[in-house]
Design a protein around this ligand. Structure first.
Ligand SMILES: NC(=O)c1ccc[n+]([C@@H]2O[C@H](COP(=O)([O-])OP(=O)(O)OC[C@H]3O[C@@H](n4cnc5c(N)ncnc54)[C@H](O)[C@@H]3O)[C@@H](O)[C@H]2O)c1
Ligand SMILES: O=c1ccn([C@@H]2O[C@H](COP(=O)(O)OP(=O)(O)O[C@H]3O[C@H](CO)[C@@H](O)[C@H](O)[C@H]3O)[C@@H](O)[C@H]2O)c(=O)[nH]1
Length: 432
C-alpha cells in the first residue's frame, strides 16, 4: 500500500519506518528542510534503539522516502498519517495549528478516495474539525480516522511492531477495512485492534496517559508517606504490584514524570474538562504533586550542606527524561540543575545521549563531561536524575574517593539502601 506520513518527528519517523518494514511504500513529509536532507542522506534524526537498522534496510530497498513537498509526498497515497506536533498552547490546551494547517492544505491535493489518519494526540472533536477543513476544499471522497499512538520513547520500535492494542476510531466501513489490512501484520500475536467511534478513540489516548501519570504520582505520594513513616516504597511496590488488579508496571517512585507526553497530555485533558465545565480534581492534584516531586531532593541537599550550596560542585548523572532516549523535554534533571545553579552551586553533568540537546538550552552554565566519573571527580555530591543502565553498577570504590562528602542523592532508587550505606556513602533516595 502507498502511505504518506506527514511530520517526521518521533512518531512520524517510527510510524513511517515500521509501515515500510511491513512492505508498504512510505513517503514521509516534513517542513524542516535540514531534517529531511539528513533523512534523505540516510541519517536517523532521533536516538531510538533498533530504529536505525530498519530505517537503513527500508531506504536501501526503496520503500522509505522523504520529501518536503506535501503534494509529492501524498501522491497516490491511500492513507495519509498526520504525525504532527500538538504542543500546549498558552492556556494549556493542545494547539491544533499544525494539524488543522495541514488539513487545509490537503483538501485540494486529494485525487482519489483517501483515509486521513490522526496519529497525533488530539482533543476530542479533532477528527470532526479535520474532516470539515479538508471537506471545505476537497473534490473527492475521504474519511478521517483517529488512530492514537501509544509507543514509548526508548522502546518505540518494539511498541510499534508489537502493540498491546491498536485503537482505531472510525464509523466508516470503508476506512475500517483499509486500516484492518494495514495493521494486520502488527496484531498477529493476538493483540487486538479495538474499533470505536472517533471521539472515544481520541479520549482513550488522553485517558491512558493521564491514568499512567496518576499511577506514578500515587506511588510518589506513597513514597513521601514512607519517608515520614519509616516504610520502604520498594516493598510497597512489590506488595501491591503482585495484585493483578494493580499490576507491576509504572509503580516506580522517583523525581516525577517528564517527557513530551505525560505533562502536556495531563494538562490538555484538564483543560478539556474545564471547557465542558467539569472539575477534574484528580488531574489537578497529579500536576501539582508532580511539580513538587521533581525537586524533592533539593531540600534534603540543602539540609545536608547546612543551607549553603554556594560554590559546591554537584555531579548530575542523567539529563534525558528517561533512559534510552536523548529527549530532554520536561526532564526533571533540567529543573534540578536550574535550581542548583540558582542556589549558587556548580554542576558537572553526564548523560550517554542527551548532552547535545542540553547544550542548546544551558550552554556553558554547566560543565558537560565525557563520562560519569569525570562528572564525579572532585564533586561535593552526586545527584542521579535518570536511570541509565550504566549508572546501576558503578565503581563504588572510585566514587568513594571522588565524591568529597560521599553523599549520593538518588532520584531513581538505583541502589540497595543497606549495601550502599555499608559502603560508607550518605545515601538519600525516594521513599526509602
Ligand atoms: N513522542 C512520543 O513518544 C509520542 C508518542 C505518542 C504520541 N505522540 C504524539 O504524536 C504527535 C507528534 O509527536 P512527536 O513527538 O513525533 O513530535 P515532534 O515534535 O518530534 O515532530 C513533529 C514533526 O512535525 C513536523 N512538522 C510541523 N509542521 C509540519 C507541517 N506543516 N508539515 C510537515 N511536517 C511538519 C516538525 O518539523 C517535526 O519534525 C504529538 O501529538 C504527540 O503528542 C508522541
Ligand atoms: O514507574 C514509572 C514509570 C515511568 N516514570 C516516568 O514517567 C515518564 C514517562 O515515561 P514513559 O511512559 O516510559 O515514556 P514516554 O515515552 O513519555 O511514553 C508515554 O507517553 C507516550 C506519548 O503519549 C505514550 O505513547 C506512551 O504510551 C506513554 O508511556 C518518565 O519521566 C519516567 O521516568 C516513573 O517515574 N515511574
Amino acid at each position: 500500500m502507498k502511505i504518506a506520513v506527514i511530520g517526521t518527528g518521533y512518531v512520524g519517523l517510527v510510524t513511517g519506518t515500521c509501515f515500510a518494514e511491513t512492505g508498504n511504500n512510505v513517503t514521509c513529509v516534513d517542513i524542516d528542510v535540514k531534517k529531511v536532507e539528513k533523512l534523505q542522506s540516510g541519517v536517523v534524526t532521533i536516538y531510538e534503539p533498533g530504529l536505525e537498522v530498519l530505517f537503513e534496510r527500508n531506504i536501501a530497498q526503496g520503500r522509505l522516502k522523504f520529501t518536503t513537498s506535501l503534494e509529492d509526498g501524498i501522491k497516490d497515497a491511500k492513507i495519509i498519517f498526520l504525525a504532527l506536533p500538538t504542543p500546549p498552547g498558552e492556556d494549556g490546551s493542545a494547539d491544533l495549528k499544525y494539524v488543522l494547517g495541514v488539513a487545509d492544505d490537503l483538501g485540494p491535493l486529494l485525487k482519489d478516495y483517501t483515509v486521513i489518519v490522526d496519529k497525533s494526540t488530539v482533543p476530542v472533536g479533532t477528527a470532526e474539525k479535520v474532516h470539515a477543513r479538508i471537506a471545505a476544499r476537497a473534490k473527492v471522497d475521504f474519511d478521517v480516522v483517529s488512530n492514537p499512538e501509544f509507543l514509548r520513547e526508548g522502546v518505540a520500535v518494539e511498541d510499534f511492531m508489537k502493540p498491546d492494542r491498536v485503537v482505531i476510531g472510525t464509523q466508516s466501513e470503508k476506512a475500517r477495512r483499509v486500516m484492518e489490512t494495514l495493521y494486520a501484520p502488527f496484531v498477529r500475536q493476538g493483540n487486538p485492534i479495538i474499533f470505536m467511534d472517533e471521539r472515544s478513540a481520541e479520549l482513550t489516548k488522553y485517558a491512558a496517559n493521564a491514568f499512567l501519570a496518576t499511577k506514578i504520582t500515587f506511588m510518589n505520594e506513597i513514597a513521601n508517606m514512607c519517608e515520614r513513616l519509616g516504610a520502604d516504597v520498594d516493598m510497597i511496590r512489590k506488595g501491591i504490584g503482585t495484585d493483578d488488579r494493580i499490576g507491576k508496571r509504572f509503580l516506580f517512585a522517583g523525581i516525577g514524570y517528564g517527557g513530551s507526553c505525560f505533562p502536556k497530555d495531563v494538562q490538555a485533558l484538564a483543560k478539556s474538562a474545564e471547557e465542558v465545565n467539569y472539575d477534574f480534581q484528580i488531574l489537578k492534584s497529579v500536576m501539582n504533586v508532580n511539580q513538587l516531586q521533581k525537586t524533592t531532593l533539593i531540600p534534603r541537599m540543602k539540609e545536608f550542606f547546612k543551607n549553603d550550596l554556594k560554590g559546591k560542585t554537584i555531579a548530575v548523572w542523567g539529563l534525558a527524561f528517561k533512559p534510552n532516549t536523548d529527549d530532554i523535554r520536561e526532564a526533571p534533571a533540567l529543573e534540578n540543575i536550574q535550581t542548583l545553579l540558582a542556589l549558587g552551586a556548580k554542576v558537572k553533568a553526564y548523560d550517554p545521549e542527551a548532552m547535545e540537546n542540553v547544550k542548546g538550552i544551558l550552554g556553558n552554565t554547566i560543565e558537560f563531561c565525557t563520562d560519569q566519573y569525570e562528572a564525579t571527580e572532585g564533586a561535593d555530591a552526586l545527584l542521579i536524575a535518570t536511570e541509565w543502565p550504566v549508572f546501576r553498577t558503578p565503581d563504588f570504590d572510585k566514587l568513594a574517593v571522588q565524591i568529597k562528602s560521599k553523599a549520593i542523592f538518588d532520584g531513581r532508587n538505583l541502589y540497595d539502601v543497606k549495601t550502599i550505606r555499608d559502603l560508607g556513602f550518605v545515601y538519600f533516595s525516594i521513599g526509602r
